[in-house]
Design a protein around this ligand. Sequence first.
Ligand code: FEO
Length: 619
Amino acid sequence: MHLIKRISDDLVWVGANDRRLAMFEGVYSVPDGVSYNSYLLLDEKTVLFDTVDKAVQQRFLENVAAALGARKLDYLVVQHMEPDHSIVIREILCLYPGVKVVCNAKTLTMIKQFYNFDIDPHVIIVNENDTLDTGRHTLHFIMAPMVHWPEVMVTYDSADKTLFSADAFGGFGALNGAIFADEVDFDKDYMDESRRYYANIVGKYGDQVRALLGKLSCIQIDAICPLHGYVWRRNIGDYISKYVLWSGYEPEEHGVMIAYASVYGNTENAAEILSSRLRDKGIKTQMFDVSVTPASEIVSAAFRWSHLVFASTTYNAGIFVAMEALITDLASHNIQNRTVAIIENGSWAATSGNLIRNHLAKCKNINILDSIVSIKSGLKAAQLTEIDAMADALAATFPVSAGLNQGGAGDTAASDMVDSNAMFKLSYGLFVLTAKDGAKDNGCIINTVTQISLTPLRISVAVSKANLTHDMILKTKAFNVSVLSESAPFSIFQQFGFHSGKDTDKFAGCAYCKRSANGILYVPKHTNGMISGKVTEIIDSGSHTLFIADVTQALVVSNEKSVTYQYYFDHIKPKPQPPKGDKKGFICKICGYVHEGEELPEDFICPLCKHGAIDFEPL
Ligand code: FEO
């Protein structure tokens, strides 16, 4: 019986799942199965995007027939020639004799290499940026060589802003009834398998993935339909940002992956002690026994973590066999930009450490710590200092922002390493952030608006939880940002910044303010731009909430220069005047409010501008 899933009014998933496959490509175990995705576009013309693996051929053909109904198939787009997506081409040609096969020249060559049927009469060759009109939709073909094979191309449907992404953005794991990534707990249940898919299938081709990401960066993408795994229609930017990290060989997290090879448990023991010492310092660790865990999982973890430790016994005068395979695998997947430490073991002639070092030295930008801990059969008490030193050396390469427990002699306390004045060296603009809840309009001054992506066009704003505007955005999920210009008088900052909207009408006397399409007021004077945001994600960050928002409207209001925080301090804000007499107290560097008294509580919040004690200085 067919099983199809509707993706939009005229796009249907006609793929199938395989949970019996033991080894994908004969190499990668797939305990959660795998999906082979194929999509059917039902426009004035009908278009099938790729086919499936032979294991699920029957279900796929039933699905295509059910989705087409009485219609004929006009086009088959072959984006990727690997047989798990192409082996059913011949059956499609037999069942739908008028169908045209749309592919590039390399794909045609490879079809002829793999299969023995006459495809020439069916073929339409496309090149970079060629298009195919199918009625309401226009398909744009974008070449993506080596993501994963040389013939790969992706297809962009500019009508629905859907990307048919071939192997890119795919993942291991069968689709369990759902079709969209946002229908499942993707981070918990699928992210590891998606990373494992990326690292092992296309990890070697980071530059080529980057080239594709570059081509995609100037188009709006509202949905991604890959050949394996779930379809993306929400939080697409989050997933693309994973690809930016992975393709740049940048770690996702600060922490240490420890892979060990141990015959009698002694090398494992050293690795466990190192892991424990690192945990004592607040460093996350993940451990793998290379004799037990498939290499593909360890390669994937190496793409995740910032630091790698390899602990291996010496075997046949070389590296233990499973460890040697892992190191070779990592090098051939182009692992880069990591800090590495090595532990070796050898009862009479330890060689594994230097051999691992020599292998990894060929990889780009791998910082291998100088000292190898060398064990003779089993770790002895006297050698614990070497393990401690390795833990210290690894910890020393973590950035302050990783927030480690830096205890111990010679360590500098984290608080001593953070001079908050460095924060003032960041450049900021200044903005009026406005919101509307029912009949209530409100606004506040903020300095934290950033464009975070082009596709989709998205910004972030960080807002103090003490502000009423914060609560209104939390409730309504919508706001406007008015970008203040250098002509802004101090009175605007007083009006929106120095009072609470809980007891004042921030817009009193502002009849000049206008409403944008979302119904929220914005400030059209002393500003140069207005951006409306619809919140897509909310991140709690202590004193502030970070709102991530899609841009729904944007206007250029004037050509005046944007005001910077520095310009505000130098040219707009009146210099704070200390009170006359010999009063003791603290003055807010932001708004000039004076708190009288001998001491300023650490948790003091300025009642005018809501900045904390850190922004006060003694009178
Ligand atoms: Fe499932 Fe490279 O293909």
